[in-house]
Design a binder for this molecule. Structure first.
Ligand SMILES: [Zn+2]
Length: 272
């Protein structure tokens, strides 16, 4: 298998696409076509819905797209602070075919280990949905509190909900070592390499440390499309692997790289 575990349909700032959606109730070709073209490279891809006002990445658009194109797997966004969130979770699964949840505390403004949200995690665990967390920094969430973005805050969640599968996006940058500790400690925590296409040093050193501590088999391939295509991200991984060649630095075994590219992420997450 060759699976992209982290993609978005299109550019969040594309207001023209939103207007098109509102008017025609379908996705404009200028969004769908490049996405489908880029994803021809992979067997399956997870499409993540984004929070906030209606965008071309909102729950309803992702539901429409994944219904039309069953190769793609919908992960929906919720706001754990709302009183209707439990009913919303049922609706997202039963009516919209949801296979997972995307959360981004730094964008959404909540502290993930606050026990007030534990009933929400409990419900997600009961529904058998994994959570993909943007738990790391963000350059565009200026108001977002970094102290709520540290992946360490997921330790309590993982301890409380051992059957809740969680993926930490972008290796939790800049808290990559915290993520290494977490994936090693918790059988139910994984991480993705999405978005790290041009961060060769981060990717290389993370993989070296993951191998040394034991955790490289918990790493998923992902792109963060539209920022990078699967082909670009795969090249990024090969670049990281080539980085130490000809030096005394630790080499990255080819098998580790191939395993990341071909990990059966959906099966690991319990999706069909
Ligand atoms: Zn993303």
């Amino acid at each position: 298998m060759y699976i992209d575990c982290h993609s978005h349909l299109g550019d969040l700032g594309d207001q023209k696409a939103v207007e098109f959606w509102k008017k025609n109730h379908r996705i404009p070709d200028w969004v769908a076509e490049p996405y489908l073209e880029a994803m021809r490279e992979v067997d399956r891809a997870i499409v993540l819905a984004h929070w906030g006002p209606l965008s071309i990445n909102s729950n309803e658009v992702v539901a429409y797209f994944t219904r039309e194109n069953p190769k793609f797997v919908p992960f929906y966004n919720i706001d754990p602070r709302t009183t209707t969130v439990i009913a919303e979770l049922d609706r997202l699964v039963q009516e919209m075919g949801g296979k997972g949840i995307k959360l981004g505390p730094i964008y959404q403004g909540f502290k993930p280990d606050n026990e007030a949200y534990f009933p929400v995690y409990e419900k997600i665990q009961t529904l058998g949905l994994p959570i993909l967390w943007h738990q790391g920094t963000s350059f565009d969430a200026r108001e977002g509190p970094l102290e709520w973005a540290n992946p360490i805050l997921l330790d309590k969640v993982a301890r409380t909900f051992p059957d809740l599968k969680m993926i930490i996006a972008h290796l939790g940058f800049p808290w990559v070592r915290e993520v290494i500790a977490l994936v090693r400690k918790h059988p139910n925590i994984y991480a993705d390499i999405s978005g790290l296409r041009l961060r060769t040093w981060v990717l290389y050193t993370a993989l070296v440390e993951l191998i040394q501590y034991g955790g490289e088999n918990k790493i998923f391939f992902g792109t963060d499309y539209p920022w990078f295509t699967p082909a670009e991200m795969r090249d990024g991984l090969y670049e990281a692997a080539a980085f130490p060649v000809g030096t005394n630095l630790p080499q990255l075994p080819e098998q580790v790289v191939e395993d990341i590219l071909h990990r059966d992420t959906l099966q690991i997450l319990g999706i069909e």
